[in-house]
Unconditional design. Structure first.
Lengths: 226, 475
């Protein structure tokens, strides 16, 4: 999978490239709008990550010209501007997703993968992590064959964690996915729900699946150590 | 009526001064008239005495006593005119005394003879037994043949009294009327003169930080009020400029802070996701990440507040049911309350429609409810109520928690204000939650208020205008 990153902040560009390369993507990074458009039209990419405030051609302009040339490559817009009007404008001219700085790399990664697969992260009807099983059709959860009763929020939370198994999800991502952005940052609601979920899913068992990664968020995996 | 208004005070002063000067005028008129009337009466008495002496008494030896008496009766008719006339001979015998006056107001016979220094004309006042006063002019006179007489002419001072009484009556009637007319007229004039001030005040009250672009009316009348409007407008313009400056600054600052925060967060995240990291390094980086995240939230919130306050956000508004919004949000947060064994009650039975941005208004509920749950001890109660009163939609969130000290209440909605600094920071949060609530309410044309008693609990009350066309529900 080949990704083009158009980002003028060198340090931002560096850690994004490093992170994406670690996830085994091939990444080209350019630092201005003009070369961004050049690369995007010259080579074939599976995804473009595009900053909006660029020297030369602005990100919005790059996107507009790309779409005019019937380039359907998915574009993830990255920006320090988060005004609603901006968001709407960029979706209108054909951005596929939008991420506001500062962002967690984990979040970028989840969005990148979602865009590349063009659909839900995992469409399997049964999700499995170790001996934990979640059936999307019957909405039932079993641990070691034993049925676990969850509230609808707990279920949504577990489904989100399991469909991104092995990946660390930030509280912001969880809130926006399971609740909505009104809850962002102001409550420890995620922590409380995760604790309740742990009590039901992990508490009675030797192997703990849900883990806290301090400063980053939560993850579910059957690996002993991250 | 506002007794401290300029209108009232000026009218009162004006009426007081007018009443005072009218009173002074009345008293002076009264005294002058009394004096003048007494003088006139005395003069007429003197004249009569002189006439009697010069035309009749002079020739008494030729004309005879009877003629004199008849002449006096005929010419002066003292009984009809209410006068007293007496002519006494030098030996004390009576030549003539007038009879009982027609109205019987005095008895001439009872009036003692004036004891006059010889040859001198004088006036005196006699107190009559009935308590009446009589002014008597006495004129000693010698006839041509040398016989001496004392001529006395008198009149009751009652005559003066009745005129003065009439004047007094007129004054007492007219004075209050004049003062009343002056008050009414003055009040009306002041109202007219101050109407532009009222208009300026009303316009000035409408101007808040959200519509600093508006200006006061400044009719080109060339008067002091036009100058006032113009200088107030100048002040609003300067305010607007500094407001814009501040909000532009916080927007720019937030923006400039985002990039370094992104880098910081990205670098730290890359480290913490490495395998085989020392636990204490992992802890330290994790802690740094948490702080980065908090910083990011603060930047986010500051930007949101400055946008809301600057009125920049053209919020997408829709008609929504505040009761439903509050109920849904409360349900979503129920677990937070249950986690502390807090009873969370929600009374949102009736539809209350407002015109607003759902996600912003939801943020209001979330922030207030989060606060209430945070500051209510285990096993407390938090109540959410939605209702309507006086054309406003009301959202109340009440807890029986720790409460807020009275001295903290006025600052509660200020940015970064923390009641209990150590405690609230430890609980996390940005110190901006209530500021955001305030800004959101203000951006919706509403407001948020708080009542609290320390140790008993707090009640936050959000008031928002009801959506147009909503029937005012009867409480």
């Amino acid at each position: 999978m080949r990704i083009l990153l158009v980002e003028d902040e060198e340090k931002v560009s560096r850690f994004v490239v490093r992170g994406l390369v670690a996830e085994r993507f091939a990444v080209d990074a350019v630092h201005d709008g003009t070369s961004g458009l050049e690369y995007a039209t010259t080579y074939s990419y599976d995804l473009i990550i595009l900053d909006l405030m660029l020297p030369g051609l602005s990100g919005t302009e790059v996107l507009r010209q790309l779409r005019r040339k019937d380039q359907t490559v998915p574009v993830l817009v990255l920006t320090a501007r988060d005004a609603v009007a901006d968001k709407v404008e960029n979706f209108e001219i054909g951005a596929d997703d939008y991420l506001t700085k500062p962002f967690a790399f984990a979040e970028l990664l989840v969005r990148v993968k979602a865009l590349l697969r063009r659909g839900p992260v995992s469409r399997a009807s049964v999700l499995r992590v170790a001996d934990l099983e979640l059936d999307r059709l019957s909405q039932q959860v079993r641990r070691a064959g034993q049925r676990v009763d969850l509230t609808s929020k707990e279920y949504a939370l577990l489904e989100y964690l399991m469909s991104n198994a092995g990946r660390v999800l930030s509280r912001t991502m969880i809130i926006e996915h399971v609740w909505d952005e009104s809850f962002d940052g102001l409550t420890n609601i995620v922590d409380v729900y995760v604790r309740h979920l742990r009590n039901k899913v992990d508490e009675p068992h030797e192997q703990k699946l849900i883990r806290t990664v301090r400063g980053v968020g939560y993850t579910i995996s059957d690996e002993a150590e991250l | 009526m506002n007794t401290r208004s300029i209108r009232f005070r000026l009218t009162a002063w004006y009426a007081g001064l007018l009443a005072g000067s009218l009173l002074l005028f009345g008293v002076l008129t009264y005294m002058a008239l009394g004096h003048y009337l007494a003088l006139m009466l005395d003069e007429s008495l003197t004249k009569q005495a002189q006439q009697i002496s010069e035309t009749l008494i002079t020739n008494i030896n030729e004309s005879g006593d009877a003629y004199v008496i008849d002449e006096i009766k005929e010419h002066f008719a003292p009984e009809i005119n209410g006068r007293f006339i007496r002519v006494t001979r030098a030996d004390g015998s009576l030549l003539y005394v007038s009879g009982l006056p027609k109205d019987g107001s005095f008895d001439p016979a009872s009036i003692p003879v004036s004891l006059a220094p010889p040859g001198q004309e004088f006036s005196r006042e006699e107190r009559l037994p009935q308590g009446k006063g009589m002014i008597i002019h006495a004129l000693p006179y010698a006839s041509r043949d040398g016989a001496r007489f004392l001529i006395e002419v008198g009149a009751l001072d009652q005559q003066i009294g009745s005129v003065l009484h009439g004047l007094m009556l007129a004054l007492v009637l007219v004075l209050p009327i004049a003062v009343a007319v002056a008050i009414g007229g003055g009040y009306w004039l002041m109202k007219r003169a101050l109407r532009p001030v009222d208009q300026i005040t009303q316009s000035a009250e409408r101007i808040t930080s959200r519509n600093l672009g508006e200006r006061l009316p400044a009719p080109a009348t060339g008067d002091e009020l036009e100058r006032l409007s113009i200088s107030l407008n100048g002040m609003i313009a300067r305010l607007e400029e500094s407001f814009q400056h501040v909000s532009r600054f916080s927007a720019d600052a937030s923006h400039e802070l985002r990039t370094p925060l992104t880098i910081l967060h990205g670098e730290l995240e890359a480290i913490v996701q490495r395998r085989h990291l020392d636990t204490d390094v992992r802890e330290a980086i994790g802690s740094a990440l948490e702080e980065t995240e908090r910083l990011a939230k603060i930047v986010e919130s500051l930007l949101a507040i400055s946008r809301l306050d600057a009125g920049e956000v053209k919020m997408e508004r829709e008609r929504l049911d505040l009761a439903d919004l509050a109920a849904t949000t409360t349900e979503q947060m129920r677990l937070l309350a249950e986690d502390k064994r807090i009873t969370l009650r929600c009374d949102t039975s009736r539809r209350v429609e407002v015109e607003g941005n759902p996600s912003r208004l939801k943020q209001v509920v979330v922030n207030l409810l989060d606060n209430a749950i945070k500051y209510t001890p285990t096993a407390g109660t938090v109540q959410v109520r939605v209702g309507a009163a006086n054309g406003n939609a009301l959202l109340e969130i009440e807890d029986d928690g720790v409460g807020i000290p009275a001295e903290a209440l006025p600052h509660l909605f200020e940015r970064f204000y923390r009641v209990d600094k150590a405690r609230s920071r430890q609980m996390g949060g940005t110190g901006l939650g209530l500021s955001i609530v305030k800004s959101i309410c203000a951006a919706h044309g509403g407001q948020v208020k708080v009542e609290s008693a320390e140790g008993k609990g707090s009640r936050f009350r959000v008031e928002l205008p009801l959506a147009n066309g909503t029937h005012k529900p009867v409480e």
